[in-house]
Structures are given as structure tokens and as C-alpha cells.
Design a protein around this ligand. Sequence first.
Ligand SMILES: NC(=O)c1ccc[n+]([C@@H]2O[C@H](COP(=O)([O-])OP(=O)(O)OC[C@H]3O[C@@H](n4cnc5c(N)ncnc54)[C@H](OP(=O)(O)O)[C@@H]3O)[C@@H](O)[C@H]2O)c1
Length: 255
Amino acid sequence: MNKAYSSKGLIVITGAGQRVGLYCASALLQQGYQLLVSYRKLTAGITALQQAGAHCVAADFTELESMAAFIKALAPYPAIRAIIHNASSWQADLPMQQELTAQSLPEQLQQDAQVFDAMQQIHARAPYLLNRALLPKLLASPNGADIIHLTDFVASVGSSKHQAYAASKAALENLTLSLARQLAPDIKVNAIAPALLMFNESDDEAYRKKALAKSLLAIEPGPDEVLQSILYLLNSKYITGRVLAVDGGRHLKLP
Ligand SMILES: NC(=O)c1ccc[n+]([C@@H]2O[C@H](COP(=O)([O-])OP(=O)(O)OC[C@H]3O[C@@H](n4cnc5c(N)ncnc54)[C@H](OP(=O)(O)O)[C@@H]3O)[C@@H](O)[C@H]2O)c1
């Protein structure tokens, strides 16, 4: 563990093993912040973060014991400058069955409930529990503190194939409002709602073309857009309870 004092303070990022979380953690570390991050799979990115001085803690936020261990790992740190809730799982809804029978109904309900509960656990329950448990350390931050929730463009418009995911991100946006009200003026609480940031390796050309065409700016912007949004919110003295849209004007790409 790196306990070296950093005048910029400690930033906690959840789900920093890859992509956006990893990019932001590496950049914030380079900028002089102390970093404590969570990961599930031990990736090459986590090994690199560890070597660069970040404190990396394995945690699965669907399990309360694992969450408790993550919170305990923060015990040596007196204060938290910011917590960035990035951990996510983009799970699709299951296909609808045409006709439910007395036999298939219980199984269908159980499978749908599993998807719905998993989405709520990772995107709404985990931030809710972590924010509450870590509140004293956020309040102890000498120059103010930030809570930043990574939500999604679909939280405001819904999604036909990722309904449980979209509903859980909408819940997180609502928590942003409640916490901002509760914690002002000591802690600013904001959300960042991206539309497409990065494709997955498995996305084929047809999918990529269709996804790019959904926004006015029609690019795959990459994780730096989230980093710049985080820095903007960290440096602001007057923004709280807001959802920062990072969506290439997707809200105006109307049929
Ligand atoms: N990428 C985009 O285009 C896009 C668009 C809109 C919004 N967003 C939002 O931006 C954020 C970053 O996106 P991303 O694409 O970089 O996400 P990602 O690649 O899916 O990474 C999310 C991280 O969360 C971790 N995670 C998943 N389930 C977890 C659990 N139960 N407990 C603890 N950690 C868990 C994953 O760890 P493992 O890999 O080890 O499971 C992974 O490292 C997310 O909140 C996402 O919803 C992204």
C-alpha cells in the first residue's frame, strides 16, 4: 500500500481494472492524487496501477461481505477527496417468452429478477452503501469533497434492450439529487452521463456504424471525455446535484 502523503488527497475509483476506470485512475495518479481503486478480475492494468503506487483492492459489490472488506481497506486513510462510482455491468434484458406456462413462469420470474437485482445492486445499491459508509472520511477532507456517479444517457430516455440497466442508472441519478441536497455545502454530488464512449472489442462493423450514427458528433470519443468531466467537477466550486451529459448531442438526433 502506498501511504505517501499527497496534498491533493485520496481519490477512490470503483471498477478500475479496465477501460474508463483504468484510464482515469492512471491519469489522476499521474496528476498527483493518491488512488485507492477496486477491481474484480486482476488485470494487467491493475498490476500497472499497483506498480505506480495505487492501492488496489479486490471487491465484488454485489456481495455485502466483499463491500465491507473494501470499506475496511480504507480505514488507514483519514480523508477522501473524491469517490468516483464507475463500476458497472452492461447486462441486457433476457428475451421475452411468447407464452408463459405454469411450468415456465417461476423460472422466467426468477431469471428476470436476477438481472434486475444485479443491475440495482451494482449501479444503485453499491454507491448508496459506499457513500453512506465513507461519509465521515469525505467530510474530513480539508478542502471539500466530491461524489461522482457514472450514469448513462439511457437513464433519461430509457432503453429497449437494457431496461433493467437503464432503470438502475436512473436510480443512481436520483440518488445524486438526494445526496446533493443532504450533503451541501460540504460535499458536491454530481453525475456524469455518457452516451457511447468506447466500443467493446466484440462489436462488429454494422453495430459500430449504427451506434456512431446515433449522435450528432458521430465519434467514439474514448475515456478522456470522462477524465475531463471529472477534473471539471473536481475543480468546480459551484456545481452540485447536476448530471453532466457527455453524449455528442445524442439528445438532439431526433427522427
Ligand atoms: N463504455 C461506454 O461506451 C459507456 C457508455 C455509457 C456509460 N458508460 C458508463 O461509464 C462507466 C465506465 O464504462 P466502461 O465501459 O469502462 O465499463 P466496463 O468496461 O464495463 O468496466 C466496469 C468495471 O466495473 C467492474 N464491475 C462490474 N461488476 C462489478 C461488481 N459486481 N463489483 C465490482 N466491480 C464490478 C468490472 O470489473 P470486472 O471486469 O472485473 O468484472 C469493470 O472493471 C460505467 O459506469 C458505464 O456504465 C460507459
